[in-house]
Design a protein around this ligand. Structure first.
Ligand code: COA
Length: 208
């Protein structure tokens, strides 16, 4: 993984640590290297701006807390809020793959498998499953996490299609996707099948 910055850059270049003690240059440089490595560990993998694009490179993981304004009278989340979070996480994944702006073309059927309660955390995991010419399918897994037991359960799974657009809002080609694992190759195959269904539905809608 490329370094963020050379050792000593971006991090503190002061000669005193938090304790106010003067630190020899070699010790300071070692500490900075260690800190840099720790920072790198915490950063998600990002795709390079050009070159080989992988599903992993597009991956987005985000967490949302279900606050009172987001629930219905039964204290469970409004489906529309969940759909918005899904759209945002998936859109970020698609834009990472496309290397630029995208628009949502469609969202497949959504089934809410279990209600999400007030105070629970919603975890969203999104990544590009398949890239066609100008469009991409993004899969989103949504989990609910209980804040007392830390138990997690699947709430829904969603598939969305995004289209990369140019400055005039016209579709523009996206890079090829390079699946790396057996799971990613399976997801790509399944996504091609879903795309065929979607395009049939779109044609039918246009002629209806
Ligand atoms: C999505 C949009 C850019 C497609 O433009 P278009 O002129 O219809 O373009 P095309 O027919 O050439 O389709 C472009 C690609 O999108 C795909 N596509 C278009 N509509 C789709 C749909 N409803 N579901 C799945 N894929 C769709 C096409 O299959 C094609 O994919 P490919 O190039 O990878 O083969 C256009 O319809 C649009 O701007 N829609 C509104 C988007 C929007 O406002 N979203 C909500 C807010 S972000």
């Amino acid at each position: 993984m490329p370094r963020l910055k050379a050792p000593g850059q971006g991090l503190t270049s002061a000669t005193r640590g938090d304790t106010g003690m003067v630190m020899p240059r070699a010790v300071r440089s070692k500490l900075q290297d260690k800190l840099q490595d720790k920072l790198q560990d915490k950063l998600p993998d990002m795709p390079p701006p050009t070159g080989r694009r992988t599903p992993r490179g597009s991956r987005v993981e985000t967490a949302q807390l279900v606050l009172p304004g987001l629930t219905n009278v039964r204290g469970t989340i409004f489906g529309g809020n969940l759909m918005q979070w899904i759209d945002i996480a998936a859109g970020i994944a698609a834009a990472r793959h496309a290397g630029g702006p995208v628009v949502t073309a469609s969202m497949d059927r959504l089934h809410f498998l279990s209600p999400v309660q007030l105070g629970e955390v919603v975890l969203l995991q999104a990544q590009v499953n398949f890239a066609a010419r100008t469009s991409m399918e993004v899969g989103v897994r949504v989990l609910a996490e209980n804040q007392s037991t830390f138990e997690r359960r699947q709430t829904t799974r969603a598939y969305l299609t995004f289209v990369a657009v140019d400055e005039n809002g016209r579709p523009r080609p996206v890079p090829r996707l390079h699946p790396e694992t057996a799971d990613e190759r399976r997801r790509e195959k399944d996504a091609r099948r879903r795309r065929a269904v979607r395009l049939r539905e779109r044609r039918a809608m246009k002629t209806a």
